[in-house]
Write a protein that binds this ligand. Structure first.
Ligand code: PLP
Length: 390
């Protein structure tokens, strides 16, 4: 008898998603008829722009229900390349774009394609948790490099370079950042690219929040600074800018030579992204007015959140992009206990900071992507929890 088949050690050792844990607790509360202010979800309150939905519905009715070309429909690859070229003043060939199943798949492709068991990837924290757990699932090590609030949560590049070992293969950065809202400056990205070139590393740059910025810093994209044969990998997607989370569409952009390798992996993993959804995404790239209207709403929500955090005496760094604020827990109980208590006593769904990096156990993340009315009610509940006078 050989006993029951087993799961891989890497998988069984991986924790369940920390964000999902809060989601479950919040759902249990809602099922019991209690209110929840959903600051824990990175989910835009908006519906996908109508013209985008119509384009996908049309494609569906026209029978675009077959496998799409592996790398994506040519029209969409061309439009993504043109859109990025316009934004970043470059001349990107459509062949360098691989259309993926969300930015999630683009990131997975990037990491799977370059990491081997035992390799290391440098990850400035706090960060989106997938940057930490995906390398571990691949038998590689995610080396955390905690950024400091006094540096506006921008990574310390001197420390980053010092952490490079013979096993280091890649650096993963995210701008604008989830969970802090920090934006990398042109100099940061320039230095990161220089470092990647000099030390023979991949620079994986997740820019899924490229459209959601509030100033004063402008979003600088890696394509703006990189040369065509640089070891830069751009991860992007439609979920956030266009309120298309459920469509599961993203893209990976790399040099022509490198894209062929990512495409090979993409074929083995998913064959291609959903055909009719890609026709919707093509339409999304012309939805500039809707994107700007959503951005303005996020900015107004950001301002309301910042005002409340200030009034509650909670330390945070002003978010310059994305739709999150990262605050320091003002009590001695730590992030886990604080978030658990905020949910239990006030219905406030926050995510404990430890989910975003080992050193951030005393922090919490508040997402302001949800509906404005709920946000206002939630902020009132937060002020009440902190006994802030009306
Ligand atoms: N990258 C970051 C930084 C994110 O915050 C998220 C989602 O929250 C994703 C990627 C995933 O994007 P997608 O829905 O396109 O898979």
């Amino acid at each position: 008898m050989r006993g029951h088949p087993r799961f891989s050690r890497a998988l069984t050792q991986a924790p369940a998603s920390g964000i999902r844990r809060i989601v479950s607790a919040a759902q249990a509360r809602q099922a019991a008829g209690l209110p929840v202010y959903p600051f824990h979800l990175g989910e835009p309150s908006f519906d996908t722009p109508l013209a985008v939905r119509e384009a996908a519905a049309r494609a569906l009715m026209e029978g675009r229900t077959h496998y799409a070309p592996n790398a994506g429909i040519p029209e969409l690859r061309q439009a993504i390349a043109a859109d990025l070229s316009r934004r970043y003043g470059t001349n990107l060939p459509a062949e360098s774009v691989v259309v993926t199943v969300g930015a999630c798949e683009a990131l997975t492709l990037a990491l799977m394609a370059v990491l081997e068991p035992g390799d290391q990837v440098l990850v400035p924290t706090p960060c989106w948790p997938n940057y930490l757990h995906l390398p571990r699932l691949l038998g590689a090590e995610a080396v955390e490099l905690p950024a400091r609030p006094q540096d506006g949560f921008r990574p310390d590049l001197v420390e980053l370079e010092r952490s490079i070992t013979p096993h280091t293969r890649a650096i993963v950065v995210n701008t604008p950042n989830n969970p802090t809202g920090a934006i990398l400056r042109r100099d940061d990205l320039d230095d990161l690219l220089g470092l990647a070139r000099r030390r023979g590393l991949w620079l994986i740059c997740d820019e899924i929040y490229q459209d959601i910025t509030f100033g004063p810093s402008r979003h600088v994209g890696v394509l703006e600074l990189s040369a065509p044969d640089d070891p830069a990998i751009l991860v992007g997607g439609f979920s956030k800018s266009y309120a298309m989370t459920g469509w599961r569409l993203g893209y990976l952009v790399a040099s022509l030579e490198h894209s062929a390798q990512f495409l090979k992996l993409h074929q083995y993993l998913v064959t291609s992204a959903t055909a009719f959804a890609q026709w919707g995404a093509l339409e999304a790239l012309s939805a500039e007015a809707e994107v700007e209207a959503m951005r303005q709403t996020y900015q107004a929500r950001r301002d309301r959140v910042v005002e409340t955090l200030r009034r509650c005496g909670i330390e945070f760094v002003q978010p310059e992009g994305a739709f999150y604020a990262f605050g320091r827990v003002p009590t001695a109980e730590g992030g886990e206990a604080f978030c658990e208590r905020m949910l239990r006593e006030h219905g406030l769904g926050f995510v404990p900071g430890g989910v975003f990096g080992r050193d951030f156990g005393d922090w919490f993340r508040l997402c302001f992507a949800g509906p404005t009315e709920e946000l206002e009610e939630g902020l009132a509940a937060l002020r009440e929890a902190f006994k802030v006078p009306r």
